[in-house]
Design a protein around this ligand. Structure first.
Ligand SMILES: [Zn+2]
Length: 373
């Protein structure tokens, strides 16, 4: 009966707003294990007899605070336990397929998933086999779901810079198998970005986009290091750039996309409250942003929720949300014809009447969005 009714109950205070889950967008900041569904983690832990700490099995996202080293260590430890439940090629395939399905449900048209294959190598027969298993899984999930998918290989800044170089060479070698970029993750407070400059030179010269983490746990100087020492074309997070007006101007002039993950920032204590995340400061400075979920397994929310937060907490209008989605698409390492189609579909979303924009899979889909995957 309710299907035939022309009316929808108001879901938020913005009753005339379009559904952000039908807004076409690109997802550029999602970590591999961190993308896992909580219920999948429970099943895999059960299958392998891994004892999960309460923080991972309680059905609620764990309480985290990573602004000191102990907090970061705890976050990493939870991540490591979750990763230890991924032991076979089938587990990897399942993880990637489910990440793709979740993204599609949230209106993503393009996902660049980030992985350090080193961490999976011991259980998957070595570094190269691990990377091949991951790339095969991504290829298959992309074909099965229709979601455009690529991979960022990320080095770990807690490890030796020589390891990062090995990884950069490997990433370049597998470029034609779907690797588009090279990242650097883990605790920004450790070591210096410039220790990894050779690895990033190898990656950039090999045609990969440089997308290191910066400006999350550390302030503006860590973002400057990403630009100056690593040739970053995108910055993972980058939100702390908001503390330095000159840096903001520089990022805007260069068109460096910041992969902003509001829920992650709050969960890890980078900002106390969602309203403290400087989305408006970055927006007003003209910095392109790509909203991302970072580690939904640990932070409890996925891609569309970040756009919902921009609307609900920061007052972004539908036209501004559409522009945020365009920024994510422009920052993506996607083929131009895909970019053109997704941008046109974003216009279609904005042109649709708010009432027509019902959630995907639950009714009509805007004509411009149909058949283009
Ligand atoms: Zn990240």
């Amino acid at each position: 009966m309710e299907q035939s009714s022309g009316e929808r109950p108001p879901s938020t205070a913005h009753t005339a707003a379009r559904d952000v889950r039908t807004l076409p967008k690109a997802h550029l900041h999602l970590h591999f294990t961190g993308s896992m569904r909580p219920e999948t983690l429970l099943e895999l832990a059960d299958k392998y007899g891994v004892h999960l700490p309460e923080a991972l099995s309680g059905g609620e996202p764990p309480r985290l605070r990573a602004t000191d080293e102990r907090g970061w260590f705890r976050f990493q430890r939870l991540y490591d336990i979750a990763r230890s439940c991924l032991r076979s090629p089938e587990d990897i395939q399942r993880l990637v397929r489910e990440a793709a399905e979740e993204d599609v449900r949230d209106g993503s048209r393009w996902l660049e998933i980030q992985v350090d294959p080193t961490s999976y190598a011991p259980r998957l027969g070595g570094l190269t086999p691990a990377l091949e298993i991951i790339l095969d899984a991504v290829d298959r999930a992309s074909r099965d779901t229709g979601l455009g998918m690529r991979v960022l290989v990320a080095a770990n800044r807690m490890k030796h810079p020589l390891d990062a170089r090995t990884l950069a060479r490997l990433a370049v070698r597998y470029r034609d198998r779907g690797i588009v970029g090279f990242g650097l993750s883990n605790d920004e407070r450790r070591g210096f970005a410039r220790d990894f400059d050779r690895a990033f030179t190898i990656a950039r010269h090999g045609g990969l986009l440089a997308a290191p983490h910066g400006g999350e746990m550390c302030g503006p100087s860590s973002v400057r290091d990403c630009l100056d020492d690593l040739g970053a074309a995108r910055v993972g997070h980058g939100v702390r750039a908001a503390e330095d007006a000159r840096l903001l101007t520089r990022l805007a002039e260069r068109g460096v996309t910041c992969e902003v993950c509001p829920s992650s920032n709050v969960a890890l204590g980078v900002y106390e409250r969602a309203e403290d995340v400087p989305l408006r400061t970055l927006w007003d400075a003209g910095i392109p942003m790509a909203l991302g979920a970072d580690d939904p397994l640990l932070f409890g929310s996925r891609l569309a929720a970040q756009y919902e937060l921009a609307r609900g907490t920061h007052g972004f209008t539908d036209a501004q949300l559409a522009e945020l989605a365009r920024q994510s698409v422009r920052g993506a390492a996607m083929p131009d014809e895909v970019r053109g189609r997704v941008l046109a579909d974003i216009d279609g979303w904005l042109d649709s009447s708010p009432e027509a924009a019902v959630p995907a899979g639950r009714g009509r889909v805007a004509p411009a969005a149909a058949g283009l995957r």
